[in-house]
Write a protein that binds this ligand. Sequence first.
Ligand code: SF4
Length: 67
Amino acid sequence: MTYDENICVRCLACVSESEFGGVTYQRGRIFFDETKPEDWENIISICPVGAIKKDAVASQTANKKEQ
Ligand code: SF4
């Protein structure tokens, strides 16, 4: 998953949608913790400006291969 801070309008929809603390808002910034069991597909789809994208699923897989 990737997040583009420049596109994000801080609507906090993703934070509201987060059930397990996977998305948090701290000091004016949005933070993502992909280790949390969120419905990421849903969180990505709820963003009105497309600031969140899915690529990190692929990078997680890549990281696993390196271990
Ligand atoms: S839903 Fe999208 S625009 Fe809204 S706070 Fe989250 S990342 Fe930013």
